[in-house]
Design a protein. Structure first.
Length: 593
């Protein structure tokens, strides 16, 4: 790939059309394919903008969800390919898009070196030949998609279950698999055996006659053990994991999947040490499974490893690539401040640009029951509190993507819905709880927000396509790293920052990403201990002590790592030992049980 970073998925709508904006410049990005209503409206919007014929796919149509996804992905593929071809036809004149393509490349890129040399030649046949060679070496960025594997709602037609193949995750996968894309599906949020097995139904995931894969699988993981378990499950079906995308458990945007105290540095170290053996073990399984399907393969497919979550400087980016032998890093939340790349409405953009560390917090706002990185003062939180004050907590549930609770109903409903919260609060009132406990439970129930609408609203506002009576309350879920970026940036500025061509954080005091994550985990443990004060079980005490022990091991790892780093100036390690000591003191003061 031309670049050593990618832009991960950003909510439902924030990166829904990011490939249209960056892929022609060789930069890979990821869009969510959870919300087919959003996807259909984006296809309609961009088709009209480009004067391309648009034929709507009604929600009521058979197989509409997967068909909408396929249609939009095909639109992206065709449109971006046209844009890329047009870019390559341009002359190398200052200010042109083709010059921008090369100017965005890192200075270490061989392609960039060739471009710089070509510019030194006088006009003539040699320069034209050189330019043609450069154009032939250009590559588009990937148009990858994300599916949260366990967000897999069952669907009903006239109260009749429409079948396993029409659950949300499986139909989304089918939409991707039947598209023209040559790209990856990023599977996140844990393992779904039914979904993973369904991949076998699509030939694009298997090697062709040249042993190439048209459709690839990427697993977003938070530790080595779960990565290997999932990859083995797939390899035994003849399915290859082309990339492990390691994400920090807490120092990330969106849903936070806290590991049991396993920190990013030690996790990356384990991948580094075991990568080769893992790849060989998986290939043996993969080759055997393909042979049983009558597919012969001798060539071991490539297997990339990347990392994302909290990376904020060029020095961190470069160190992670070099020390852990990684193929790429992911930069997500900072791009929320780049209007050319993501869909953040003007009001929210101004809030983000003026935010501080205290504006970002780990919440219980997600209906999935998973901790959720949230942003204070978002308009959806204001809407939530207004509804509580009016005695009508909860949201109308129109999209129903996150319906997973059957506590009171036979068919699953969403815990952020008005229906669920009304029933749940009513049951709390009749439970005879002490006042303090009732208030605590009431807060837990009403903290939930509608992510289905909230994570799309900003996109509709930015493009001015909000429907009458449609909620305009915006939910946004950046990682805590965004607090250190305090302006609105151009695309070129942010890419330049990643590669060290400029420094957007020159005057900012910011902890190293490993230290930041460590402190987030210590705070998480402290809060967990606090929640258990009245009801410590032996099992919970054992779990919390194990968590604390892993953090201690992580601190010891970092002490050793930092002491071995020779180029400390480029590592920006000023004060890092003191930060590490302060974190250890804070951890040591935590008493479990």
């Amino acid at each position: 790939m031309p670049h050593s970073f990618h832009i991960p998925v950003l909510g439902l709508g924030y990166s829904i059309d990011t490939p249209l904006k960056v892929a022609r410049y060789g930069i890979s990005s990821v869009l969510s394919i959870v919300d087919d209503e959003l996807i259909e409206r984006m296809r309609a919007y961009h088709s009209a903008k480009r004067a391309v014929p648009f034929v709507a796919i009604p929600k009521e149509a058979t197989n509409s969800r997967s068909q909408r996804i396929t249609a939009y992905l095909n639109f992206l593929q065709e449109t971006i390919t046209e844009d890329f071809k047009a870019l390559k036809l341009q002359d190398f004149t200052i200010g042109s898009d083709i010059c921008r393509y090369f100017d965005l490349l890192p200075d270490t890129s061989k392609l960039k070196h060739g471009y710089d040399l070509m510019l030194e030649y006088p006009e003539g046949e040699t320069k034209q030949t050189f330019g043609s060679l450069l154009k032939n070496a250009m590559r588009m960025g990937a148009i990858d998609v994300n599916i949260m594997a366990k967000v897999d709602k069952m669907n009903f037609i006239d109260k009749e279950y429409s079948g396993d193949f029409n659950t949300d995750a499986l139909s989304a996968l089918r939409g991707f698999a039947e598209s023209k894309l040559n790209a990856s599906v990023i599977l996140s949020a844990g393992m779904n055996p039914k979904l993973y097995s369904y991949i076998e139904n699509f030939e694009d995931f298997f090697p062709d006659a040249s042993e190439n894969l048209k459709k690839k699988i990427t697993l977003k993981v938070s530790d080595f053990r779960s990565a290997l378990i999932q990859a083995k499950f797939l390899a035994k079906k003849g399915l290859w994991v082309s990339e492990f995308r390691i994400e920090s458990g807490l120092n990330c945007g969106g849903h936070a999947f806290a590991t049991e105290g396993y920190l990013l540095g030690p996790i990356l170290e384990e991948f580094k040490l075991k990568r080769k053996d893992m790849c060989m073990e998986l290939f043996t399984m993969y080759q055997s499974a393909l042979a049983q399907k009558g597919i012969q393969t001798q060539k071991q497919p490539k297997q990339r490893i990347s990392v994302q979550g909290g990376i904020g400087t060029a020095a961190e980016h470069e160190f992670l690539l070099r020390y852990y032998n990684l193929d790429a890093t992911g930069w997500g939340s900072p791009f929320l401040l780049v209007p050319e790349v993501t869909n953040v409405d003007a009001g929210t953009l101004a809030q983000l640009a003026g935010s501080t560390e205290t504006d970002f917090y780990l919440s219980g706002a997600s209906p999935l029951g998973i901790r959720f990185n949230n942003f204070k003062n978002s308009t959806i939180d204001l809407q939530r509190t207004e509804r509580i004050e009016k005695g009508r907590p909860g949201s109308p549930c129109t999209k129903k993507y996150l319906c997973n609770n059957t506590e009171f109903t036979e068919q699953a409903i969403c815990t952020a819905s008005r229906e669920y919260q009304h029933i749940k609060i009513k049951s709390l009132k009749t439970a005879g709880l002490p006042t303090d406990e009732y208030q605590k439970q009431f807060k837990l129930v009403t903290e939930k927000i509608c992510l289905c609408e909230g994570l799309c609203a900003s996109t509709y506002l930015k493009y001015n396509i909000t429907k009458p009576k449609e909620s305009t309350a915006v939910a946004i879920c950046p990682g805590p790293n965004l607090a250190y970026f305090s302006d609105v940036y151009s695309f070129d500025e942010m890419v330049g920052h990643i590669y060290g061509k400029n420094n957007l954080l020159a005057q900012v005091e910011r902890p190293h990403l490993f230290i930041k994550e460590l402190n987030l985990y210590i705070d998480y443990l402290q809060e967990d201990i606090k929640q258990q004060l009245q009801n410590f079980s032996d099992k919970k005490i054992k779990q919390l002590n194990g968590f604390k022990s892993q953090l201690t091991e992580g601190i010891n790892y970092y002490k050793k790592l930092f002491s071995e780093v020779t180029d400390q100036a480029s590592w920006e390690l000023k004060g890092i030992y003191e930060q590490l000591a302060n974190s250890k003191d804070k951890l040591d003061r935590l008493i479990v049980g």
